[in-house]
Design a protein around this ligand. Structure first.
Ligand code: FAD
Length: 457
């Protein structure tokens, strides 16, 4: 048995945990970070980074297929999945190496093994007792499934989908949220016949309805099939494939079923409740400042109810380290955290949707401008359609920005500054956007909302 003492002990080395550890060490605390697998967690090894590498391969495939449109003759020779995997794994390995180096350089003690909270100040890892003045819980999430829907064989989650060493012919995807549509987009570009089954009335159902509808049109145009508004009832599989049934009796066949119905909190059996931490359906309940029901024990990332995004984890990790240091950091509400869906087309948003804004403030207090990317030179050049929709309070700030089109994810940086700095459209309209950029579309939407449209009617 050994015992070690630190100012702060972080349980879990994913986006939330490692951000807390990095910031805490910068602030002069001694920090232990306990990780049972690989520092970097879901985002680096099984989520954000490898899926975006896949999406980039998919984009290159589409560009090479369509290059004649731009006067460049190429021949699309097919997808070499082993080479795609080598490229994807190379990116992850290099980011992992960089992160490990950073953690080491900051003097963080990384402890390998599965930790269990044994009191408000101790975590047990095998026969090591790790004691912390403060504890940060950051154990992340796992791919959820539905009751009675067993993962195995041809029924897979995003982890197995990423690791496939072949390209299937036909896939059914359960769930039209961000993970489902990103895999649909990749597979379609790789030549797979894809059908998405979503119980809600729209794909990307958490987005502004106008954006969801445009997204559905774009997917339909790409030949990605989807069935909306009916719930899944069951799946059978044999050596030839899967048959997925819905509650209305419809069936869909495929080589595989990807289950992409969300992610559950990874908190079971880790001693949280026994130590007095309030847990609800597996999620760790915190106050507004991320402290759990046990003073001195904090939680960050996907185990805290709300948006499950890596950059929310980063922000929460930094927040908790600064909170412990008494720096009184600023809370960022989930609604003001930018969200990006990296499929083709991309969707990016921050703040309230039009419907939510009207529900909150009343129809007459809200104005909306929807700028069509058809008017944006750069979008036309790169061959994308889409729009930038801005929601404002009348005589007040911008409270929501919703975009769709190729590369719009890169525009959300400005979008989140506008919403979080509570800028008025008039403030944005008086500033300059470079020409020709897609960024100009944001400028044009704000010019229009400020009553002085330039390249718009
Ligand atoms: C396919 C996919 C694509 C995604 N794409 C994006 C994207 O593009 N952008 C985005 O913002 N988000 C994306 N996400 C979500 C993002 O990955 C998560 O929001 C983020 O990883 C959450 O960070 P976390 O620190 O809370 O948890 P995790 O990253 O899950 O990290 C938790 C860590 O804790 C460790 N751990 C758990 N229990 C213990 C224990 N008892 N002892 C020791 N270690 C433990 C785990 O091994 C893990 O490393 C994606 C997710 C998936 C699955």
């Amino acid at each position: 048995m050994s015992e070690q003492n630190f100012d702060i002990v972080v349980l879990g080395g994913g986006s939330g945990g490692y951000a807390a550890a990095l910031r805490a060490s910068q602030l002069g605390f001694t920090v232990a970070m306990i990780e049972k697998d690989k520092v970097g967690g879901t985002c680096l090894h099984r989520g954000c980074i490898p899926t975006k590498a896949l999406l980039h391969s998919a984009e290159v495939a589409d560009v090479s297929r369509e290059s004649a449109k731009y006067g460049v003759n190429t021949t699309f020779g097919g997808i070499d999945i082993a080479a795609v995997t080598a490229y994807r794994e190379g990116i992850v390995a290099s980011k992992y190496k960089g992160l490990e180096g950073l953690v080491k350089a900051r003097g963080i003690t990384t402890i390998s093994g599965e930790g269990r909270l044994t009191s408000p100040t101790t975590v047990q890892v095998g026969d090591q007792t790790i004691t912390g003045g403060k504890i940060v819980l950051a154990t992340g999430s796992y791919s959820r499934t539905l009751p009675g829907l067993e993962i195995g064989g041809r029924v897979i989650t995003s982890e197995q989908a990423l690791a496939l060493d072949f390209i299937p012919n036909k896939v059914v995807i359960l769930g039209g949220g961000v993970i489902g549509v990103e895999f649909a987009s990749v597979w379609k570009s790789f030549g797979v016949d894809v059908t998405i089954v979503e119980a809600l009335p729209h794909l990307v159902p958490n987005e502004d309805e106008a954006i969801s509808k445009q997204f559905e049109r774009a997917f339909r145009k790409r030949g990605i099939a989807f069935n909306l508004g009916t719930r899944f009832s069951g799946v059978t599989q044999n050596e030839n494939g899967v048959v997925v049934s819905l509650e209305d009796g419809k069936t869909f066949e495929g080589d595989l079923l990807l289950v992409a119905v969300g992610r559950g909190p990874a908190t079971a059996g880790l001693g949280f409740e026994e130590a007095g931490v309030n847990v609800d359906r597996g999620f760790v309940i915190t106050d507004h400042r991320l402290q759990t029901s046990v003073p001195g024990v904090y939680a960050v990332g996907d185990i805290v109810p709300g948006l499950q995004l890596a950059h929310r984890g980063f922000q929460q990790g930094i927040f908790v380290a600064e909170e412990i240091a008494g720096l009184n950091p600023q809370v960022v509400e989930d609604v003001n955290i930018p969200k990006v869906t990296y499929s083709d087309p991309e969707v990016a948003s921050v703040g309230l949707t039009e419907a939510k804004a009207k529900e909150k403030y009343g129809d007459e207090k809200v104005s909306v401008y929807d700028y069509n990317l058809a008017g944006n030179g750069k979008s036309h050049i790169i061959g994308t359609t889409g729009s930038v929709k801005v929601v404002r309070l009348n005589d007040g700030p911008v409270i929501g920005i919703h975009m769709i089109g190729a590369r719009v994810g890169e525009l959300i940086g400005e979008g989140q500054l506008i919403v979080n700095w509570e800028a008025y459209p008039e403030d944005v309209a008086s500033l300059v956007h470079a020409h020709p950029t897609q960024n100009e579309a944001l400028g044009e939407a704000h010019l229009a909302l400020a009553g002085k449209p330039l390249h718009a009617i």
